[in-house]
Design a protein around this ligand. Structure first.
Ligand SMILES: *Cc1c(COP(=O)(O)O)cnc(C)c1O
Length: 364
């Protein structure tokens, strides 16, 4: 091995990421849909963000300004989108760092307008409609239309760029064609009042991609904000049953080193009280098994039950803050101290590992 590797590491295949962005861009453009590439799932890593720019995404989007701000220095030309409703206290930074933001509060819009004036900029806004998922957005559609009129007529430093919605994040509500038609109706109610066509109708996130795959996206929806469906392409395959084999599902690999291998009982020996996180788990007695410890734990990826081991025959049986316990009895290879085990993250794991300074990021 040429250079000393430091484990645990996260290996990121940038070419496969670029391919995934290209594939979603092409599928979406067939329906006249532009893609805002959402980078919060990989904590805005600049090397990943650059692939979204290379692939020609319409926007690079994140829920956090601290992920977008450093990208300005990388020379990325793609406009930035703020997808969490801005804190009123960060309005000046939203205007300074981003080009467009999603909004649902008049007070915040008022402040964005003031800050845009001070910075001599025009800031674009998309007004969010809550169609039942019950996170962000105007619930009362008349309120949304009134806010749109105010932006259009009174807030001269803001540009009303469109309306949008988010589905499937809190309320688990599906982005059905009917739900999305409701969004189009909101947009058309706004258009009737302001007397012009809106540039964007932003129809959601990865949870709206099924409409593209099935070809039943309402025709006026012309933007999606996609993160998971590009980074992992796992949820639509594993949870929704769509065939995502046209996408790479191995862009990110977590690699950790084996620090102990021993035959041990599977049922704890002694009086069982509480584990490291105060829980009282159930243990199944499977007799003596060959087990391996690897040097990473919940601090690194949070949810052991969502991780999968690449090796066939190895499974995760538990974890604490800094250790993960594997059953390696049925592994195809003879696992030894110093070996490296590859793990595949789900979205929740990816958010943590990309955010952790303890995990070396290795780009291939
Ligand atoms: C996170 C987020 C997205 C992207 O979600 P994915 O499921 O990763 O595609 C889009 N829009 C908003 C408002 C978000 O918060």
């Amino acid at each position: 091995m040429g250079r000393r590797r430091r484990y645990p590491e996260l290996v990121i295949d940038l070419e496969k990421l670029k391919q995934n962005i290209d594939r979603i861009n092409i599928k979406c453009s067939d329906f006249g849909v532009e893609v805002a590439g959402v980078i919060k799932g990989c904590t805005g890593l600049a090397e990943c963000a650059e692939q979204f720019a290379r692939a020609g995404c319409r926007f690079i989007a994140s829920s956090r300004l601290e992920q977008l701000e450093p990208l300005r220095k990388t020379g990325i030309q793609t406009p930035f989108m703020m997808i969490r409703i801005p804190m009123i206290s960060e309005a000046a930074d939203v205007v300074r760092i981003t080009d467009i933001s999603l909004n649902s509060e008049i007070e915040v819009l008022k402040e964005l307008n003031i800050q845009a004036g001070l910075q001599d900029k025009e800031h674009q806004v998309i007004l969010m409609a809550d169609l039942g998922d019950l996170r962000e957005g105007f619930w009362d559609k008349d309120d949304l239309v009134q806010a749109a009129l105010m932006v259009e007529n009174d807030f001269h430093n803001l540009k009303l760029a469109g309306v949008g919605t988010n589905l499937g994040c809190y309320g688990s509500v599906a982005a059905t064609p009917e739900k999305l038609e409701e969004l189009v109706e909101c947009a058309e109610a706004v258009e009737a009042e302001i007397g012009r066509e809106l540039e964007f109708i932003s129809g959601g996130a990865t949870s709206t991609l099924p409409r593209i795959l099935e070809g039943n996206l309402p025709s006026r929806i012309n933007m999606l904000r996609v993160g998971e469906g590009i980074l992992l392409a796992k949820d639509l395959q594993d949870l929704w049953g769509y065939d995502m084999n046209f996408m790479n599902r191995d862009i990110f690999t977590i690699r950790a080193e084996v620090i102990e291998v021993k035959d041990k009982p599977t049922y704890p020996v002694g009086d069982i009280m509480f584990d490291a996180f105060g829980n009282k788990p159930q243990y199944e007695d499977k007799g003596i098994r060959k087990r391996a410890l690897i040097a990473l734990g919940k601090v690194d990826y949070a949810f052991p039950e969502q991780l999968t081991v690449k090796d066939k025959g190895i499974c995760i049986i538990g974890a604490s803050s800094d250790h993960t316990i594997l059953d390696v009895q049925d592994a195809d290879r003879d696992i030894k101290v110093g070996d490296v085990i590859d793990l595949v993250p789900c979205y929740a794991n990816l958010v943590y590992v990309t955010n952790s300074p303890n995990i070396e990021k290795v780009y291939i």
